[in-house]
Design a protein around this ligand. Structure first.
Ligand code: CA
Length: 237
């Protein structure tokens, strides 16, 4: 198979930072297309396929959160890494709610950045769900891992790459308590425990999609002090 360089779309208006990022990613054997606004990014995404989008939040014109939402309406599979200058929890949550798969707070170290990007690229190229396009059913939900969509009580939804990966991991281990560490490692590729808010926000998202009452989850259960457990059968109320 011909080796294809991952093609990354960088959306960053700070030219010096963008140059540094481009240089370092090219050193890592990536191809980088750089644009300076969200509007340009959306234009590029209409006719080009990317392995990853790196998206700054503070942009002239449309902000990164809005851009991310638009990307999700066009192509729900491309992984999106958000760069935020602010470290407030609210921003991280807004980022993940807008459909981003991960975020990095500025200023970040080069090694941390390359680690994240490497992990996201590995997932998008390696990860292939089980080759069975039969719906996985629980409650009123039907999940189609191969075609990245689901039917829920609220209607049909598209799933992102990371959502599919996390669901597949839960389904494989139905009924087992899965540690936060295992989830972070298997789904995000982290070996540290430092970014657990990312995980919690993803669980919130899954509950919103699939739980009849997200505040009182029956399928995606919290296992206190451990992590989470997926159960297909509703627990006794
Ligand atoms: Ca900026």
């Amino acid at each position: 198979m011909p080796e294809e360089k991952p093609h990354i779309l960088l959306v960053e208006d700070e030219i010096h930072l963008a140059r540094g990022i481009c240089f370092n990613l090219e050193q890592e054997n990536c191809r980088v297309s750089h644009v300076e606004s969200g509007e340009e990014a959306l234009e590029r995404l209409k006719y080009d396929r990317f392995s990853l989008v790196i998206l700054d939040v503070m942009l002239p014109g449309m902000d990164g959160f809005k851009v991310c939402k638009e990307i999700r309406q066009m192509d729900t599979r491309v992984p999106v890494l958000i760069l935020t200058a602010r470290s407030e929890e609210g921003d991280r949550i807004t980022g993940l709610e807008s459909g981003a798969d991960d975020y990095l707070t500025k200023p970040f170290s080069l090694s941390e950045f390359l680690l994240r990007v490497g992990g996201m690229l590995r997932r998008s190229s390696w990860y292939r769900p089980e080759p069975v396009e039969e719906a996985y059913r629980f409650g009123d939900n039907e999940v189609f891992l191969l075609s990245y969509h689901a039917k829920t009580a609220q209607g049909e939804i598209d799933l992102t790459e990371l959502e599919v990966k996390m669901l597949a991991f839960f389904f494989q281990r139905e009924g087992e308590a899965i540690t936060r560490k295992a989830l972070l490692e298997k789904v995000w590729g982290y070996s540290s425990n430092t970014e657990t808010r990312t995980l919690d926000n993803f669980i919130v998202r899954l509950r919103k999609y699939f739980e009849p009452n997200p505040a009182n989850p029956v399928y995606f259960q919290t296992v206190r002090g451990v992590g989470y457990r997926f159960s297909r059968g509703a627990r006794e109320a």
